[in-house]
Design a binder for this molecule. Structure first.
Ligand SMILES: [Zn+2]
Length: 340
């Protein structure tokens, strides 16, 4: 089959479109023909070099496609079925996995991170990863759902415990996680304030349900939040930006407020005054992907049309390099998809 592989870490030039052996599915695996694989910032981090990634390596976490064949031990699936894949790898038998806390499994990793991913034509995965999709979702849309909607659901629902009527600040409203978080917060009838780098993206974020937009290049986030909330601040900040926004995120919280973070795109060192944390009774929560139960929960809303994936642009798989360059230029609103 054809695949995009890296043989060394580096810039977009290390992505190679080449022939690799077809995967040989085990008896407990399903072979899926990849029709679409959506990109995430993780693809850029892995390409640049993350610890534990073995070379050569196939990138890509968010996969939708058709079942080619199921292993002997598997029942309940049939060839030709349209599916998406849970974008994670876990052992499925440790105490955490059987308790439904797959993202705390010692073997947990994201597809395309420590295990090969979906920038290829065929992939073999355990049946637990394979989830049928309804006909009203095309492959590009389906591939645009799993990682970001699961991440945002775990952040807001699993970790921060969002309640109806709260006020939520979603940083980077044009990012994959931002687009998902805005919609999930609105599902809980929250008031949503979001940020983006230009008016066009803010307009699109409003169209998804955001009540207020802040241009983070022209306005100071915490000041705008204070004025929008009548000096109260927000209940929850959805953080994934990191060093560049951490202080503004803290200052945007109301007393008792929560920052939930799943990433640090601009840098991972944040400094803060502990007195500010205890006197205002703030909570800082870490969040990483989510559980299979949460994935099914959020997919229920996607399949029913209450949450909508946003596809920015589809590139042919062999043009992965152009897709990486496009993502690094940060001009997208929504997901970039690679289609074999
Ligand atoms: Zn496990």
């Amino acid at each position: 089959m054809k695949a995009i592989r890296i043989h060394e870490f580096g810039g977009p030039e290390v992505l190679r479109y080449e022939d690799v052996p077809d995967p040989q599915p085990r008896k407990d695996q399903i072979l899926v023909r990849v029709k679409a694989c959506a990109m995430n910032h993780l693809d850029l981090w892995v390409r640049k070099g993350l610890p534990g990634v073995k070379l050569p390596h196939i990138l890509g976490s968010d996969i939708a496609g058709e079942i080619v064949e199921s292993g002997e031990y598997i029942t309940g699936f049939k060839a030709g079925q349209r599916v998406l894949l849970a974008p994670m790898h876990f052992c499925n038998h440790c105490a955490k996995c059987v308790a439904g806390l797959q993202n705390q499994c010692p073997e947990f990793t994201v597809l395309g991170n420590l295990v090969d991913g979906g920038n290829c034509e065929l992939i073999a995965v355990p049946a637990v990863n394979v989830i049928p999709i309804p006909d009203n979702l095309d492959f590009n849309q389906a591939a645009s759902v799993p990682l970001v909607f699961l991440t945002a659901w775990h952040m807001l629902v699993g970790r921060a415990g969002i309640r109806q009527g709260q006020t939520v600040l979603v940083l980077g409203g044009g990012s994959g996680v931002g687009i998902a978080a805005i919609q999930i917060a609105k599902l809980f009838h929250a008031r949503v304030i979001t940020t983006a780098g230009d008016e066009k993206k803010l307009g699109k974020a409003r169209a998804l349900g955001a009540d207020h937009g802040i241009n983070h290049y022209q306005q100071k986030i915490s000041q705008e939040v204070r004025s929008i909330t009548n000096k109260e601040g927000v209940d929850i900040v959805v953080e994934h930006v990191g060093a560049a926004t951490w202080e503004e995120s803290m200052k945007s919280l109301k007393p008792g407020g929560t920052i939930v973070t799943c990433g640090a795109t601009t840098g991972s060192n944040a400094a803060f005054d502990l007195r500010f944390v205890f006197s205002r009774q703030l909570s800082f929560l870490g969040s990483y992907m989510g559980t299979m139960g949460e994935l099914y929960e959020v997919l229920g809303h996607v399949f029913a049309g209450r949450l909508k994936p946003v596809v920015d642009r589809v590139f042919p798989l062999k043009e992965a390099r152009a897709a990486h360059e496009y993502m690094e230029a940060s001009q997208m609103f929504g997901k970039i998809v690679l289609a074999p």
